[in-house]
Structure formats: C-alpha cells, structure tokens
Design a protein around this ligand. Structure first.
Ligand SMILES: CC(C)(COP(=O)(O)OP(=O)(O)OC[C@H]1O[C@@H](n2cnc3c(N)ncnc32)[C@H](O)[C@@H]1OP(=O)(O)O)[C@@H](O)C(=O)NCCC(=O)NCCS
Length: 195
C-alpha cells in the first residue's frame, strides 16, 4: 500500500503513453501532451523503478465537485490493488481539499462502485463538466457511465442535497472500500450546485 505519489513533470511522457495505449483501444478518453503538462498537478502515479506503471488524476470542476480522470494501470500490473490505491489517493486528496463529491465517467462502473461511487444520470452533472465533453469525439453520443461518490467533509456552502436515498445509520465515509469487499456501501447522494 501507499504506492501512489504525486506525479512529476518528468512522468508526462510515460503518462501520455499509458493513457493513450488504452484510449487507442477505445477504453478511455485520449489525452494530449499539452493537456497532461497543463494538469500535471492533478496526477498521481505508481512507479516500478523508473517506470510509471499506473496513473490517475483528480481534477477540480467546481466548489463542490471534482472528477477522477485518466485512471490507467498497465496490463502487467493489473489485479494487484494498484488501481484501488490510485482511487483512494484521489478521494483522500478531495477530502483534504474539502470537496464533498467526486465523479467519474467510465466504462468500468463495477470497479468504481467498490469505492462507494453510485451511478447517476449524466444530465444531472454540473454544466462545468460538459466543457470537456464538447471536445470529445464521442459527443453527444457518450456511452460512458457517470458515477458519483459523496465524501464526508462537513458543512459545505452551496451543496445541494437531492435527498433521494435515505442515509444509513452508519457515519462511515462512503468510500469505505476494503480489498475483498464485494458490495459498495450506498449512501445518500448529494449532487452539486450548478455553476
Ligand atoms: C480498471 C483498472 C483501473 C483497474 O485497476 P486494477 O489495478 O487492475 O484494479 P485493482 O487490482 O486495484 O482492483 C481493486 C478491486 O476492483 C476489482 N476490479 C478490478 N477491475 C475491475 C473491473 N473492471 N470491474 C469490476 N471490478 C474490478 C478487483 O477485482 C479488486 O477487487 P477485490 O479487492 O475485491 O479483489 C484497470 O483494469 C485499467 O487500467 N483498465 C484499463 C483502463 C481503464 O479502463 N481505466 C478506467 C477508465 S476511467
């Protein structure tokens, strides 16, 4: 555990290659070098020696919403808990910054549900999210699934409680995934104030 660390500028070429190796197979969105350079502070990586074997980015969308993007683990390193560590690192950072909701757009919804992410209608996401969608080759026929994970960060001005699901009695954080968990904890979902 604890293999995820903040990316360095020297990781950009490897991140680019890793993400686009899956993008070329239609498994995730491609990223340009300039996008990765501009957003390098969003990225976490896992290394094996000098090799970047996995990456993920936490990108802040608005006061109450961030996105996990570009999660990729090399095929040789999959099924060893690396993806889970990167998601946990992103959620930890979101919690530390005080962001109460993290979403993702993905084909791997079952993976994200392990961390407390709950599927939502894409149309319910903040409009700020769509700025990137306009540049996607699949727009407007996006077939990725949107999921949101609510985090416990205390009071947050502007947060909208849609209140569609009752809260369980537990005060556990929603991302209480442990390796081996089969069922994601489901909690009341908050959606975000629209910019
Ligand atoms: C999806 C991906 C990130 C998972 O990473 P990983 O390192 O293999 O996953 P982990 O080993 O950390 O798995 C954690 C748990 O999720 C489960 N899991 C892994 N991939 C899964 C999937 N596709 N669907 C459902 N569950 C999955 C594992 O079985 C494990 O469960 P366990 O703890 O109960 O044993 C990785 O397969 C990948 O990079 N895929 C290609 C790129 C991609 O699709 N990225 C997502 C785009 S948003």
């Amino acid at each position: 555990m604890g293999r995820a660390e903040k990316a360095k500028i020297t990781d950009v070429l490897q991140i680019h290659q890793l993400v686009n190796s899956f993008a070329n197979k239609g498994e995730m969105l491609a990223r340009s070098l300039s996008e990765i350079y501009e957003n390098i502070r969003d990225y976490f990586v896992v290394r094996q020696g000098k090799m970047v074997i996995a990456c993920a980015a936490l990108h802040i969308s608005w006061s109450d919403l961030a996105e996990i993007k570009s999660l990729a683990v090399t095929e040789d390193s999959q099924a060893q808990g690396v993806g889970a560590e990167l998601v946990e690192a992103c959620l930890k950072e979101a919690r530390e910054i005080g962001i109460p909701a993290v979403f993702c757009l993905t084909y791997q919804s079952a993976f994200f549900e392990k961390f407390g992410f709950i599927p939502r209608d894409k149309m319910e996401l903040s409009r700020k999210v769509w700025t990137e969608c306009y540049r996607c080759p699949k727009f407007p026929n996006c077939d990725e699934v949107a999921l949101i994970c609510r985090l416990e960060v205390g009071d947050h001005p502007g947060l909208v409680d849609w209140g569609r699901r009752p809260s369980p009695p537990s005060t556990q954080r929603s991302s209480s995934y442990r390796r081996g968990d089969r069922v994601a904890p489901r909690q009341r979902i908050f959606l975000c104030s629209r910019p």
